[in-house]
Design a protein around this ligand. Structure first.
Ligand SMILES: *Cc1c(COP(=O)(O)O)cnc(C)c1O
Length: 327
């Protein structure tokens, strides 16, 4: 486990681990295969695996490595259903573009990187666990490392402790952040297998080449320990279920609104997708006037409340969203 100072750096570290692993094995593999609509951070290497339509690619063109991208299908989530019925039907050709890319470029791909089940800042999109299962199987078949970026989804946010658990898969490298400290201080972590760590250490460099000054900052680590101790009390499952129920009951009514394209809820994540681009500055001011802090982007208004939120507070949030969408 490598502790880093932010989520972007945790992903940066994951990419460097993959590159150093192949270098130690004497293979030249320097490309990443990522997913469209993904978000992995704001540093230059992480931008290179973010959605290629994202404005940042053109802004820093020439500086950003060109990676490979596959589409992921959006899927409906049946909120409030038991786990077996949670995700809607799966079509085998949903994975075909990904499979073609991996088949064509297998010998140059160092790693596949994805945000499992929920793509966050790239569009708050939910997708099917079968996609993850197939990605894992294809990575195994072609001997490619798999990086799961669970910085947003980790620690119960999607209803499982980790979103990869929806598909019962294990990544080779895992990135964690955000809820690791409950949001009180910045800290992130990149975890990998003993095999990958030892392979890297046997390479020419002799160790993994990254050393942040404030690595494992003691205050941040103390906060993470406190936050993880709360999580281990295992109240999060009921908290997340209660949040999902309330989010769905309140937000699903907005489906009828003519301005709304889609409403989707998965565990402690509620999303209202509008048909038109949102005037963010204006909406944010209106939200603040209603006493809530909500940060919309693009066409999306979304809620990811802390698990300890009280029913009354959650109602205040959903009431504010409802009032503003209908205004
Ligand atoms: C927030 C986020 C990051 C970046 O984390 P920072 O701490 O903001 O640098 C990376 N990946 C995902 C999936 C995120 O949600």
């Amino acid at each position: 486990m490598f502790l880093a100072d932010s989520g972007s750096i945790a992903v940066e570290v994951a990419l460097k681990m993959a590159l150093q692993y192949w270098q130690a094995k004497g293979e030249k593999r320097q490309r990443m295969l990522a997913l469209r609509h993904s978000y992995h951070g704001d540093t230059l290497a992480t931008i290179s695996v973010c959605d290629p339509q994202n404005a940042m690619h053109s802004l820093y063109q020439g500086y950003i490595t060109e990676n490979l991208f596959a589409s992921v299908p959006q899927c409906q989530v049946n909120s409030g259903q038991d786990d077996k019925k949670l995700f809607d039907h799966w079509r085998e050709d949903d994975i075909s573009e990904f499979r073609t890319l991996i088949e064509q470029h297998a010998s140059e791909i160092a790693a596949v990187i994805f945000e499992p089940i929920v793509q966050g800042a790239g569009g708050m999109r939910f997708y099917h666990p079968n996609y993850l299962k197939q990605v894992r199987a294809l990575c195994d078949k072609y001997n490619i490392l798999l990086i799961a970026d669970e910085i947003a989804t980790g620690f119960g946010r999607t209803g499982q402790l980790f979103a990869c658990d929806h598909a019962q898969i294990t990544p080779d490298i895992l990135c964690l952040g955000k809820a690791l400290t409950g949001g009180y201080m910045t800290l992130a972590a990149t975890l990998t297998t003993r095999h990958i760590a030892e392979t890297i250490s046997k390479g020419d460099a002799g160790c993994f080449m990254h050393g942040p000054t404030f690595m494992a900052n003691p205050l941040a680590c103390a906060l993470a320990n406190a936050s993880l101790a709360l999580l281990e009390k295992n109240r999060w499952q009921n908290q997340v279920k209660a949040i999902e129920k309330k989010l769905w009951r309140a937000l699903s009514q907005l489906k009828e609104s003519p301005q709304v394209a889609d409403v989707r809820v998965l565990s402690a994540i509620g999303v209202v997708e509008m048909k038109q681009q949102i005037n963010v500055a204006q909406l944010q001011r209106q939200f603040v006037e209603k006493g809530v802090w909500i940060r919309p982007f693009g066409k999306l208004i979304y809620l990811m409340p802390p698990y300890i939120i009280q029913p009354k507070q959650l109602t205040q949030l959903t009431d504010a969203v409802t009032a503003i969408v209908n205004s």
